[in-house]
Design a protein around this ligand. Structure first.
Ligand SMILES: [Cu+2]
Length: 70
């Protein structure tokens, strides 16, 4: 059963940033869907909690160069 996680992510300024975040997060095993909005500073991730967790998703976003505020 997929779970949905909504994160406040700062540092995204355009569609290119949204794509970078989507790419980075979709590399995490167990992630099935990623939506990113630079206007709302928001990233919504659907994932399988047996394979991925919040920490792995946050780490992927931070590695891509963006900050997770909550
Ligand atoms: Cu950008």
């Amino acid at each position: 059963m997929a779970e949905e996680l909504t994160l406040k992510v700062t540092g995204m300024t355009c569609g290119g940033c949204e794509s970078a975040v989507r790419r980075a997060v979709s590399m995490v095993g167990g992630v099935s869907d990623v939506m990113a909005s630079h206007r709302d500073d928001k990233v919504v991730v659907k994932y399988d909690p047996a394979k991925a967790d919040r920490a792995a998703i946050v780490h992927a976003i931070q590695n891509a160069g963006y900050a997770v505020a909550g």
